[in-house]
Write a protein that binds this ligand. Structure first.
Ligand code: MG
Length: 299
């Protein structure tokens, strides 16, 4: 986990987001209610996720390969796709231009640089990326470079996104209250659903869109879906800032294997939020055992 040097969390701040989320599941199952109903007011029953894929591959022509991949996600029903950048500024421009031309103007496109650039390079590159009508630029610079984000925010016309590596206190203090980014991408494994419940109204009050980070198994997707049910619309517009979250589509042997039923897009590109008790997924212990590398006993 990347953290700001010298950063101090609130005493007692939890990093056990997974355990916290599991306890919400236990309570939901005990009282026979979906976790979303325990978290707060219900704002939606479905969510349209965006596709995360489009990583570097060992293709002879990377641009052509990415274009083909992007079109396949479009065919599978995704309305938005996110691609990796952060190669070099020239390569990034070439790849984003190729993908935008391939998918056309009506599909959402976002980019993620995974903190690849310095502020100066990010400003120069960002101005060149503006023509591609990007939904957001994720982690253009180090997550800890708060003044750098403030500089970028003032100089670029692309919405900025970030926050996937931070705990709830840091998100609130450094990102939400100063409105450092346009889109906050908290990781439920780090903040837990208790942290999610804390930051959701704060994001709404500070006019930040919540687009949760998501990686790993369908259990995490289930937790995010319960959370998304309770995220209030950012504006009263019908289509502006639609609720969405990351739906990792990279190859993964265990994403769906550890649950009885994984999540698939419906015909309209959305996923229905489970209404069964708890998180709404059933873990398959035998499948989990196949992928277990370490046993942690809680007594
Ligand atoms: Mg990212």
């Amino acid at each position: 986990m990347r953290r700001r040097p010298g950063h101090q969390e609130r005493p007692g701040a939890s990093r056990c987001g997974g355990l916290d989320t599991a306890l919400w599941d236990v309570v939901g199952q005990a009282v026979g209610l979906p976790v979303s109903q325990l978290l707060g007011k219900q704002h939606r029953t479905t969510v349209r996720p965006y596709c995360t894929a489009m990583y570097r591959k060992d293709w002879p022509d990377l641009a052509a390969g990415l274009c083909e991949e992007a079109l396949s996600w479009k065919q599978q029903g995704f309305r938005t796709v996110k691609m990796k950048i952060g190669y070099t500024p020239e390569t990034d421009i070439r790849l984003v231009r190729a993908v935008r031309e391939a998918i056309g103007p009506d599909m959402g496109l976002a980019v993620d640089a995974n903190c690849a650039y310095s502020v100066g390079d990010a400003i120069a590159l960002g101005r060149r990326l503006e023509e591609f009508n990007l939904l957001w630029w994720e982690e253009p610079i180090m997550a800890s470079d708060l003044s750098g984000y403030a500089r970028l925010h003032g100089q670029l016309r692309i919405p900025l996104a970030g926050g996937e590596t931070l705990l709830a206190d840091a998100l609130i203090r450094d990102y939400i209250q100063p409105r450092l980014v346009d889109i906050l991408q908290p990781e439920v494994e780090l903040i837990g659903l208790t942290g999610a419940r804390r930051i959701t109204p704060l994001c709404w009050l500070n006019h930040l869109q919540l687009v949760p980070h998501n990686w790993g198994t369908a259990v995490r997707t289930a937790a995010i879906l319960q959370w998304m049910a309770t995220v209030p619309p950012l504006t009263p517009a019908l289509e502006a800032c639609p609720a969405t979250f990351e739906f990792d589509q990279t190859e993964s042997p265990f994403r769906d294997a550890v649950v009885e039923t994984g999540f698939r897009l419906g015909p309209d590109g959305s996923i229905t939020i489970p209404r069964t008790p708890g998180l709404g997924v059933r873990v398959v212990p035998e499948a989990l055992e196949q992928f277990r590398a370490e046993l942690i006993e809680i007594r």
